[in-house]
Design a protein around this ligand. Structure first.
Ligand SMILES: NC(=O)c1ccc[n+]([C@@H]2O[C@H](COP(=O)([O-])OP(=O)(O)OC[C@H]3O[C@@H](n4cnc5c(N)ncnc54)[C@H](OP(=O)(O)O)[C@@H]3O)[C@@H](O)[C@H]2O)c1
Length: 316
């Protein structure tokens, strides 16, 4: 497993992350097997969010961790909050449909996250999606409370553009170390527009404000969510007949390197010099084992471009 040292922290961790959004669908026994498989294959970084499975993902993961041989401190556990989407208010989740970065909501969210995960602290806490109504001083105060109480070690954001990161960073005392964004061979807008600067075609549209360039300059580690999905988690492109050329190229390179398509799709993200973390969402042990083999594949620059072309892109 490739490890990376997260800039501005004392963290060395796996570059491939286990995302637990889909773990709520598993039985306790299956969840235990998924966690053990990921850990045994070097995945020590866990990504969660309060809303996954309406809290059930964290409850199931917390139970699996408790009943495993894995010590809490050998993992880097991250969660996210700030999204409210509930028809019914419960103890952990208020009623409503909005983003909410209020002190009351974020502190309440972290307390419930810790309870569900059955742990005392989060290694990192991300604001899930930017709330236009965020009050910067209030977020700063909230981060200070969470940090000084020992409940959160590091902070970051998700789905923020560079100006939003910059604005928040200007207010909070802690360095924002992560930004989690969607990125895959079939969702590569962060790269497309840079290659099509000042052109008139659809790939020239800058939809994220230059997040890769900004993150590299400011030493923020990007985390690629949904690395095998197209659309907004519309489905995986792997073995999808709508992506025949891409699947043929993934297969061809898989044969060359002795791995499966999911490993090549993983290696394509890992090849980027921004040292992007890959947040895998598969809960199937075999798919985990096959995907992490991507960490041992070093694609050539030409192969990286060939995969990009096979996903439907070109160069001006
Ligand atoms: N920050 C955000 O806004 C945000 C949004 C969405 C997700 N996330 C994070 O990103 C993580 C990953 O998201 P994701 O689950 O959409 O990512 P993904 O890894 O792109 O997709 C996983 C899905 O693909 C399926 N799949 C089918 N064939 C596969 C193959 N050959 N190899 C591997 N998987 C295959 C998996 O099914 P099987 O389980 O059957 O393998 C699973 O349903 C989430 O768990 C969450 O932590 C963050």
């Amino acid at each position: 497993m490739k490890t990376i040292t997260i800039t501005n922290t004392d963290i060395t961790t796996s570059q491939i992350v286990l995302g637990i959004m889909r773990i709520a669908a598993l039985s306790p026994r299956e969840a235990g097997q998924t966690l053990a498989t990921a850990y045994d294959h070097g995945m020590t970084f866990i990504d969660s969010a309060d809303i996954y499975g309406k809290g059930d993902s964290e409850t199931i993961f917390g139970n699996a961790l408790k009943h495993s041989n894995i010590s809490r401190d050998s993992l880097f556990i991250q969660s996210k909050a700030g999204i409210i989407n509930n028809n019914v208010a419960t103890d952990g989740f208020p009623l409503g449909h909005r983003y909410d970065f209020s002190k009351e909501h974020l502190i309440n969210s972290v307390e419930h996250i810790l309870k569900r995960l059955q742990i005392d602290y989060l290694d990192s806490f991300l604001l899930h999606r930017p709330d236009p109504l965020m009050v910067l001083d209030e977020v700063a105060e909230t981060f200070n409370i969470l940090h000084s109480s020992g409940k959160v070690r590091y902070f970051g954001v998700s789905n923020f553009n560079p100006q939003q990161v910059e604005m928040l960073q200007s207010a909070v005392s802690q360095k924002l170390v992560f930004n989690q964004v969607q990125f895959s061979l079939a969702h590569s807008g962060m790269i497309d527009f840079g290659l099509h600067t000042n052109m008139e075609d659809k790939f020239s549209v800058n939809r994220d404000g230059g997040i890769i360039e900004y993150s590299r300059q400011h030493h923020i580690t990007l985390q690629a969510w949904s690395p095998f999905q197209h659309g907004q988690i519309a489905g995986t492109f792997i073995d999808d007949p709508n992506y025949p050329v891409l699947n043929q190229k993934l297969e061809e390179l898989g044969e060359k390197y002795g791995v499966l398509k999911n490993a090549i799709a993983t290696a394509w993200i890992l090849k980027h010099p921004a040292q992007i973390q890959v947040v895998l969402g598969t809960m199937t042990p075999k798919h985990i084992i096959d995907s992490v083999k991507g960490a041992d594949v070093s694609l050539t620059n030409q192969e990286w471009y060939d995969l990009y072309f096979a996903a439907g892109h070109d160069l001006p």
